[in-house]
Write a protein that binds this ligand. Structure first.
Ligand code: A2P
Length: 272
C-alpha cells in the first residue's frame, strides 16, 4: 500500500476505510477490526456519523497500535456555526479514546468556517492534530481560507466517482499541493455505477469486481480513496487492488463515463 506525503511531510495511506452510515456499536467495531485485519491503516469517521466511540473500540480491539493507524475525524457544521471547534474537538478525542488525531477536517463550508479554521490552526500548533484540512470546499471557499491562514490546508475531502469525476476541483487542489480524498468513491449507497455495463466489461477483463476497478481508477488519478462497507468480503476486496493496473485505454474509458452528476449535496447549496 502506498502512502501519500502531505504538504507538512506527514504520511497518509492512499486507501482509507470509510464508516459513514455504518451503525454504531458492534457493526462499526467489527468493520474496523476487519478493515485493520485486511491491511487498511487509515480510518475516516466524523462526529456526525455517530460512531466515533465504536471506531475507537474497534481500533483498540484490533491489537494494531494507535501509531500505526491514520485516524481522521471532522468538525460538524453546527459546531462551525457556533464557534465551538475546540470543545467539539476535545469531545471527539474523548469518544475516540485517543489523545490525538492524524487529520481533522472542517466537514462542510458552514458559516463561520474561516473562524473555525483559526481554531484548527491553534490545535495543530499545539500538536493535538497532526494535519488539518477541509471537506466539501469549492475553490472560492478555499480562497477564503487562504486570505487568513498561517497554516495552509493539507487535504480537501470531496465527492468523486466515475459519474461525477470532479476533475476541475481536483486539479485545483493538486496545483495548490492540497491532497484530495474522495468520499463515496463507488457512487454511494444504492449506487447504479456498480451495474454500469462498461465497467462490468472492464472488470471481467481484469478478473476483478467493478468496485475494485473503480478504486484502482481513483488511485491511478492520484487521489486518496475512502471506500466503505460493513461486509467482511467487500471490505477485503476493496483493499485487494495491488495486483493489477488499468491500461491507459481502460483508464480513459472510465473517465469518459463522467456525467457531472453529484450523488450528494452541492457545497454551495446545502441545508444541514
Ligand atoms: P455494503 O456495506 O453492503 O458493502 P461508497 O463507498 O461509494 O459510499 O459506497 C459504498 C456502498 O457500496 C455501500 O453501501 C456498500 O455497501 C457498497 N459496497 C462497498 N464495497 C462494495 C463492493 N466491493 N461491491 C459491491 N458493493 C460494495
Amino acid at each position: 500500500m502506498k502512502n501519500i506525503t502531505l504538504s507538512n511531510g506527514y504520511k497518509m495511506p492512499e486507501i482509507g476505510f470509510g464508516v459513514f452510515q455504518t451503525e454504531s456499536g458492534e457493526v462499526t467495531e467489527n468493520a474496523v477490526i476487519e478493515a485493520l485485519k485486511a491491511g487498511y491503516r487509515h480510518i475516516d469517521t466524523a462526529m456526525i456519523y455517530g460512531n466515533e466511540e465504536s471506531v475507537g473500540v474497534g481500533m483498540r480491539k484490533s491489537g494494531i497500535s494507535r501509531e500505526e493507524i491514520f485516524l481522521t475525524t471532522k468538525l460538524w457544521n453546527e459546531d462551525i456555526r457556533n464557534g465551538n471547534a475546540r470543545r467539539a474537538f476535545e469531545d471527539s478525542l474523548k469518544r475516540l479514546g485517543t489523545d490525538y488525531v492524524d487529520l481533522y477536517l472542517l466537514h462542510w463550508p458552514a458559516n463561520g468556517y474561516v473562524e473555525a479554521w483559526k481554531i484548527l490552526e491553534e490545535l495543530y500548533n499545539e500538536g493535538k492534530i497532526k494535519s488539518i484540512g477541509l471537506s466539501n470546499f469549492h475553490k472560492h471557499h478555499i480562497d477564503d481560507i487562504y486570505e487568513i491562514c498561517t497554516v495552509k490546508p493539507m487535504v480537501n475531502q470531496i465527492e468523486s466517482n466515475p459519474y461525477f469525476a470532479n476533475d476541475e476541483l481536483i486539479a485545483y487542489c493538486k496545483s495548490e499541493n492540497i491532497a484530495v480524498q474522495v468520499w463515496s468513491p463507488l457512487g454511494g449507497n444504492g449506487t447504479q455505477i456498480l451495474s454500469d455495463p462498461v465497467l462490468n466489461e472492464i472488470a471481467k477483463k481484469y478478473n476483478k469486481c467493478v468496485a475494485q476497478i473503480i478504486i484502482k481508477w481513483h488511485l491511478q488519478r492520484d487521489v486518496i480513496v475512502l471506500p466503505k462497507s460493513s461486509n467482511q468480503n467487500r471490505i477485503r476486496m476493496n483493499f485487494d487492488v495491488y495486483d493489477f493496473e488499468l491500461t491507459k485505454e481502460d483508464f480513459d474509458i472510465i473517465c469518459s463515463l463522467n456525467k457531472n452528476k453529484r450523488s450528494g449535496a452541492d457545497p454551495d447549496n446545502f441545508n444541514f
